[in-house]
Ligand binder design. Structure first.
Ligand SMILES: [Zn+2]
Length: 495
């Protein structure tokens, strides 16, 4: 069992142990080796990316007599200085030393202090917390710094730092640490502590740490409090997250338009006391990954998911659906997450509602037993092309009109000027005509056939063209028809 805080215990003492900031390490190490420093450094980046750790290693190495390839030796007099008055490195948290007086004191101290030699280094953490006056006082010092003083400012919010300060500093932007680097470090810690934990558990922890080494290590500590021989299932339970299998199962049933199974899965989640909000967040990340897989299946670098087995399954899932369907779901799920709901039950209800709306409107058309849809009393057989993703949108409609013009389909072109293509849904366009006289012409079988032929030529796939008038849309049965097709989010204008 672990007593010490793992984070403190494993705080890197060498640049090489700071993960994910290779370029910064190299520059700082070179400056140590060449003994060439500037008076002020600014380290920016999100929390847990190694800013303070690098500042500490760097400041120690600056005065170290026997630096080892740019790292402090931890043996010499400077490295082991304990006397508070002759300390070379002073760390201040700007969050609690943010007034102008405190900064002035610091500056006075600088002017009159006797140095035992070497550099005096001030590390100012969370420097964005300084008041404006404190910044101004600091700026004066940065403009005319005493020759043997070095400032290292660090911040998580670079936008709050005045440009005048930024321009006086050598700036280093710390990147979020990649999942694979965090996993490597966690693995190293566990091996050193004789902790038995599987790779998948570490993946989950690193993933939850969101690019922050500090957060990832404290999540690991939280997990370890529950005992030894932790499995990935334990980790998920402890962290209140669901197994990927749950999410995959749900997506599988959504893509198959199986509302019943989808709702059963959500019920089961609730029974198992899974945090629904976290589940929805996970669902969002996976949907995003599936879209990326569909867009560019070769490039897996951009995915959040790193587990090969899971990616393989996601690829299979991606074949069951279209990009337009995926974007629609992702959009709606984002809306739910942006609602900032208070209770789990609210999240559950919104998720259920989304599925009911989404699947109820489409399942009639896609269930395995019924591959026919009925519109305007006609039965249209769904073929593979109808199921495939939407090839068109508002822009491609414009392009289609230009195509008509260029290819001398002038009659069709001018007819289609009398209205708007309102909806694009799978391989289907709904055109709202706003001129009564033109409506009948657009509705004639002959014209529709011509338009559909042109659409087919342009989009290289069969497309169904439907025309409505404003009046028809006002009729309730038409509204019903459209709602059945698009769900409640259908916008029907009543001019
Ligand atoms: Zn040393």
């Amino acid at each position: 069992m672990v007593n010490d805080s793992l984070y403190t215990k494993y705080r890197p003492k060498k640049f090489e142990d700071v993960y994910g900031q290779k370029y910064i390490q190299e520059i700082l190490k070179n400056q140590i080796k060449l003994k060439k420093f500037t008076h002020a450094y600014l380290f920016s980046g999100t929390r847990g990316t190694g800013k303070t750790t690098c500042a500490r290693i760097f400041s120690k190495a600056i005065n170290c007599i026997h630096n080892e390839d740019g790292n402090p030796c931890y043996n010499c007099k400077a490295c082991n200085e304990k006397n508070i008055n002759s300390l070379n490195v002073i760390e201040l948290d700007a969050a609690s030393n943010n007034s102008v007086d405190q900064i002035r004191n610091l500056i006075e101290e600088l002017r009159y202090s006797n140095f035992s030699g070497g550099y005096k280094i001030y590390i100012l953490d969370e420097v964005h917390m300084l008041s404006i006056n404190a910044f101004n006082a600091l700026l004066k010092t940065l403009e005319e710094p005493p020759s043997n003083v070095i400032f290292i400012l660090s911040t998580t919010e670079i936008r709050k730092i005045p440009q005048t300060i930024i321009s006086r500093c050598q700036r280093f932007g710390f990147k979020n640490i990649e999942i694979k680097d965090i996993i490597k470090r966690l693995k190293y810690i566990c091996e050193n502590e004789n902790i038995l934990i599987d790779e998948e558990s570490l993946e989950i922890i690193a993933y939850m740490g969101n690019g922050s080494m500090r957060d990832s290590i404290s999540i690991l500590e939280r997990v370890l409090l529950y005992g030894e021989n932790i499995t990935s299932n334990d980790v998920r339970k402890i962290l209140g997250i669901t197994s990927r299998e749950f999410i995959f199962e749900l997506l599988n049933s959504i893509f198959k338009k199986d509302l019943n199974t989808s709702l059963k899965i959500i019920y089961k989640l609730f029974e198992e006391d899974v945090e629904i909000k976290l589940f929805i967040e996970d669902l969002r990340n996976i949907l995003r990954d599936i879209i990326f897989l569909k867009l560019n299946s070769g490039n897996k670098e951009l995915l959040n998911e790193k587990n090969e087995k899971n990616i393989e399954y996601m690829e299979k899932l991606s074949n069951l659906t279209s990009i337009s369907d995926l974007s629609f779901l992702l959009d709606k799920i984002n809306e739910i997450l942006n609602k900032n709901l208070l209770t789990e039950i609210e999240y559950r209800i919104y998720l259920e509602l989304l599925l009911i709306k989404h699947l109820n409107t489409t399942q009639k058309d896609y269930t395995e037993n019924k591959s026919f849809i009925e519109i305007k009393g006609e039965t249209i057989k769904l073929n593979e092309e109808n199921k495939s993703e939407s090839l068109f949108n508002e822009n491609s409609w414009e392009e289609f009109l230009n195509y008509l013009k260029k290819n001398t389909y002038m009659v069709l072109y001018s007819l289609l000027q009398h209205g708007n293509a309102e909806r694009f849904y799978d391989n289907r366009i709904f055109f709202k005509c706003n001129t009564q006289g033109i409506l009948n012409r657009l509705k004639s079988e002959n014209t529709i056939k011509q338009i559909e032929d042109a659409l087919k030529k342009f989009f290289s796939t069969p497309i169904i063209f439907e025309v409505f008038s404003n009046e028809e849309i006002k009729e309730s049965n038409m509204e019903d028809k459209m709602r059945r097709f698009f769900g409640d989010d259908v916008e029907i204008e009543n001019k």
